[in-house]
Design a binder for this molecule. Structure first.
Ligand SMILES: [Zn+2]
Length: 314
């Protein structure tokens, strides 16, 4: 039997239903109790509502999986931030502007986004053995497919070994602690990964299909589901990443693209004022590879401009 979020399933059962972390707030989900014992896996998409490719990938995978072939249990939340999805907020929860990748552990008596986070912490995380959270670059953030895994030794190796089983080239160690996957990893000791594929508010079929393959590769790696496909992409593990931030508000011109190799001292971009005077030139602190960058013209102080990995493992 598998009981989670008030639903009890028997071996070989699959149920599609909405989970309700807050009265009137629905997260469309699929719960599977496998015919055989195994790990319990949580897969989420749409925490950032405008990061689309993960959502159809989870919808399709949830539809396809045959519970008779599942070992363990799988909970798939097809879209976590449904209010943001309908309001087209890009990332944030519509009711309160909360960021579900930064507001954990939330609060049971708080705002909607705080209560959604609290629901995961109390009703879901204690019952799962692995978390995979699907994202994309946001509307002004072109990126290379990449994946974040937690730094904490207790969960790092298990998370990284799952990451290496997928079809994503850049695997990035992260110290984040207040997002869904990062709180599950660093605070609750659950091996967890955050995947990034696609960007800019688009939902290309190739990105969806690649995400479907990642999910199948992950479930096979975890011993949950048979799959015949093989990963084809070479992996690079980065232990250190530089997240370049804007020092002041400005009109931003970026000189690099995702996947570019940069050399220490190379000009990454510049900000100007509205009269064309240069405010700031940004140079690479080290050799590295660009994971993603801001392609928006408008940047405010503190905005992430370019992320590039600088220290490869091995
Ligand atoms: Zn995101």
């Amino acid at each position: 039997m598998f009981t989670i979020c008030g639903h009890t399933l028997h071996p070989g059962e699959k149920k599609q239903t909405a989970l309700r972390p807050v009265c009137g707030y629905e997260m469309p989900s699929t719960i599977i109790c496998g015919a055989k014992p195994g790990k319990t896996v949580l897969i989420t998409a749409g925490i950032h509502a405008g990061e689309y490719p993960g959502i159809p990938a989870v919808i399709r995978t949830a539809k396809e999986l045959d519970p008779a072939q599942v070992a363990g249990n799988i909970l798939m939340v097809h879209c976590v931030n449904t209010s943001g999805f309908w309001a087209r907020t890009d990332c944030l929860v519509a009711e309160d502007g909360g960021n579900l990748n930064a507001n954990y552990p939330g609060a049971s008596d708080g705002t909607v986004s705080q209560r959604v986070a609290d629901y995961f912490v109390k009703q879901i995380f204690p019952y799962v053995d692995f978390v995979a959270d699907l994202h994309s670059g946001s509307q002004q953030e072109p990126l290379m497919p990449c994946l974040f895994f937690p730094k904490w030794e207790k969960v790092r190796e298990e998370a990284l070994s799952a990451a290496k089983a997928l079809d994503i080239p850049y695997l990035i160690q992260s110290m984040a602690k207040t997002g869904e996957y990062s709180y599950a990893a660093h605070t609750m000791g659950i091996p967890s990964i955050l995947l990034e594929r696609g960007h800019s508010g688009f939902c290309e079929e190739a990105w969806i299909e690649s995400y479907q393959k990642d999910l199948r590769l992950l479930l096979r790696h975890l011993g949950c589901y048979p799959y015949n496909g093989q990963p084809t992409v070479e992996k690079h593990v980065f232990m250190k990443t530089i997240y370049l931030e804007a020092e002041e508000n400005g009109v931003w011109y970026c000189n690099v693209k995702p996947g570019d190799t940069v050399k220490k001292g190379q000009l990454l971009g510049r900000t100007e004022d509205f009269y064309g005077s240069v405010l700031h030139e940004y140079y690479a602190e080290s050799d590295g590879i660009v994971f993603y960058h801001c392609c928006g013209l408008s940047v405010k102080a503190g905005r992430n401009l370019v992320a590039y990995g600088v220290e490869k493992a091995g």
